[in-house]
Design a protein around this ligand. Structure first.
Ligand SMILES: C[S@@+](CC[C@H](N)C(=O)[O-])C[C@H]1O[C@@H](n2cnc3c(N)ncnc32)[C@H](O)[C@@H]1O
Length: 257
């Protein structure tokens, strides 16, 4: 009887330990959803599909490319995710690297585009010492996840050559202001990502805020686009024009001064 009770207690303790461990893992996933391999694969399928992601492929990508200087040589795609945008850039420019802090994303990117160069890096850490300076850094759909923009701007400066440029592409503040209650305040908001039980915190910032963050870090604003959707693209993808009366993205180019 005593032995049975001890065994039962042991099983209960094991079960509690399992639940506890499971919860810790879930919490970690919630802290960085980009590390979740299932989500990374789903993101890659969605992002890489031009029919589903037509706005990124046919409106935002050309806008970013217009901001890249014609004589660009070495480009870094910071926060490259599954690498489809890195690979597209590599079709246009001779030397393109992609970096991300998510191993799950980088594994997918390396498998899909073995000819491209990807490396793991979180801007919180010192930049990798073995990289030649870049003349362009592109950060597409990543800066609005990052809290410490001051450090990010500093890191970009360290990675760029003397006249290098950074191009950031973020959700336009006229869209993100709908999630918060004040246009001018820098305000985090949490949003579900995709169809998964995954959430991440993003930050609403005004146009002025983004520009000041870079000019205070000794960059000058040298280009801006709020890409409009041409009518032929709206009709090709059966999009409702009233949904596209305001810009979806804000694309800014800053030059190191
Ligand atoms: C929305 S995805 C964008 C991916 C890709 N640039 C695109 O446009 O499809 C954001 C990416 O930023 C990466 N990321 C977030 N925080 C990061 C950090 N601190 N350092 C490096 N990468 C980061 C995530 O891992 C994720 O792959």
């Amino acid at each position: 009887m005593i032995a049975t009770s001890i065994l039962l207690l042991y099983d209960i303790l094991k079960f509690i330990l399992f639940l506890y461990t499971f919860d810790i893992v879930r919490c970690m996933e919630r802290q960085n959803p980009w590390q979740d391999t299932t989500f990374a694969a789903e993101y890659m399928r969605e992002a890489g599909n031009p029919e589903r992601g037509w706005y990124e492929h046919f409106v935002n990508f050309p806008s970013i490319v217009r901001l890249i200087p014609e004589d660009a040589r070495r480009i870094l795609d910071f926060g490259c995710g599954p690498g489809d945008f890195t690979a597209k850039l590599a079709n246009h420019y001779s030397s393109v690297d992609g970096c991300d802090n998510s191993r799950a994303m980088l594994e997918l990117a390396t498998q899909a585009y073995p000819e491209a160069t990807f490396f793991e890096w979180d801007f919180i850490d010192e930049p990798p010492a073995d990289k030649e300076p870049y003349d362009v850094i592109v950060a597409k759909a990543v800066v609005h996840f990052i809290e410490d923009i001051e450090l990010l701007v500093q890191r970009f400066k360290e990675l760029l050559d003397d006249s290098g440029v950074v191009i950031i592409s973020v959700p336009h503040p006229v869209q993100t202001v709908k999630k918060v209650d004040n246009y001018w305040h820098e305000t985090p908001y949490t949003q579900q990502i995709g169809q998964y039980d995954l959430y991440d915190t993003m930050i609403h910032r005004s146009i002025e805020w983004y520009i000041s963050a870079f000019t205070q870090g000794e960059f000058v604003l040298s280009g801006i686009e709020e890409p409009d959707v041409p009518p032929e693209i709206l009709s090709k993808y059966g999009a409702n024009s009233t949904d596209y009366q305001m810009p979806k993205r804000l694309n800014l180019r800053f030059q190191k001064s």
